[in-house]
Design a protein around this ligand. Structure first.
Ligand SMILES: Nc1ncnc2c1ncn2[C@@H]1O[C@H](COP(=O)(O)OP(=O)(O)OP(=O)(O)O)[C@@H](O)[C@H]1O
Length: 355
């Protein structure tokens, strides 16, 4: 790959090591997901040149920006990298148009041309009327639009978005997410989006890379990652129950001894995944002949959309979604014993070994 980003990011700290390989083709949007402290911001800062690498390299469009082994290093302001932070960090003393014109000016455009380009970008993000306003005179959503315009106005070969929607209220988030989707689709450089929100990742990204404790634990397109989570974090992110066991044909023996019947066939060390909506709860033991039933206790209940999400303890800790109409007959208080059941057809089985 010559265009786009090819990076091996190694950053060592006293109690943390980031060791992540990333490839983002020109025109591709990759989402970097991971729990708190997994190294997402460190990776982003390394790509922007705000955090030197201990080892590895950052190569953009075939040029090394950082490679400690050969002492090559390009400072942040000379990288063709645009960054949009969560809290949009606009220059407070500059107007919207001056904020957007800043990068093009630094790239050598004269004042007039830079302002014309900046006005054009403000127009594209729907803020032509707000060009003269200072950041404090803009709403959160407007400031974030200016930040996006500012990052894109320099034509970055790599655009880094750090939780770009996190600081916005729900309604603004929807609007900006849709707009961002348009701008990213039109952008011909590589885009890396750091997010906690699976929806942002699924809507905006072509591919997901999940990091935990400084390592990539799973990557792939959204369909594969969401259908076949490989860690508890990914399973929770996509709302699935995930367990591991030993499959023999249509049976999977879980580590605690429970055997699940499955419509899928498996062989050897396998994951089983099923949605909370597939777990049915019963006050008493379901009738003879029902497979995949087990005794559980209610560990907690919360609202989840139109349903109640019930967390269960017991041989198989899972989440179950219960429609309110069914909840009445179950007495779902914490510590309450119930029976759980899951249909074999609702369970996905896939190899635990990475192929
Ligand atoms: N400047 C720093 N000095 C020392 N350690 C740091 C520094 N910044 C982050 N860390 C540590 O490095 C690790 C990775 O942090 P990082 O901020 O990259 O994670 P993150 O995935 O972005 O987390 P979050 O989702 O909470 O923003 C954490 O253990 C963190 O405590």
């Amino acid at each position: 790959m010559t265009g786009g980003l090819a990076a091996h990011l190694v950053v060592e700290r006293v109690d943390f090591r980031l060791d992540v390989r990333l490839r983002v083709a020109a025109g591709e949007v990759v989402a970097l997901l991971g729990p708190n402290g997994s190294g997402k911001t460190t990776a982003l800062r390394a790509l922007a040149g705000l955090q030197p690498l201990t080892a590895g390299h950052v190569t953009l469009d075939g040029r090394d920006l950082d490679r400690p082994a050969t002492r090559s290093w390009t400072p942040p302001e000379r990288r063709r990298v645009g960054v949009v932070f969560q809290d949009h960090l606009l220059f407070p003393h500059l107007s919207a148009v001056e904020n957007v014109a800043f990068g093009p000016r630094r790239q050598g455009l004269d004042r007039r041309a830079a302002r014309a380009l900046a006005r054009d970008w403000l127009d594209r993000v729907g803020l032509a009327d707000h060009a003269a306003r200072r950041p404090r005179q803009l709403s959160g959503g407007q400031a974030q639009r200016v930040a996006v315009a500012r990052a894109l106005a320099v034509g970055p070969a790599l655009l880094l978005l750090d939780e770009p929607l996190a600081a916005l209220d729900a309604r603004t988030r929807l609007d900006i997410r849709a707009e961002l989707q348009r701008h990213l689709a039109a952008h011909c450089g590589a885009v890396l989006l750091v997010t906690h929100d699976p929806l942002d990742a699924l809507v905006l990204a072509d591919r997901l890379v999940v990091v935990e404790a400084g390592r990539v634990v799973q990557e792939g397109d959204a369909t594969t990652v969401t259908a076949r989570p490989r860690t508890d974090y990914v399973a929770r992110l996509v709302g699935l129950n995930l367990h591991r066991g030993h499959a023999t044909g249509h049976r999977v023996r879980l580590s605690d001894g429970l055997v699940l019947a499955t419509a899928d066939r498996g062989d050897g060390d396998s994951f089983v995944a099923f949605p909370p909506s597939a777990v049915a709860l019963h006050p008493d033991r379901p009738g003879e002949g029902r497979c995949n039933t087990w005794a559980a206790t209610v560990a907690g209940v919360e609202r989840h959309g139109d349903n109640l999400r019930v967390r269960l303890d017991g041989v198989l800790p899972v989440a179950a979604d219960v429609p309110p109409v069914d909840a009445a007959g179950l007495r779902l208080s914490t510590g309450q014993p119930v029976w759980a059941a899951v249909e074999p057809t609702a369970i996905r089985v896939y190899p635990a070994a990475v192929t």
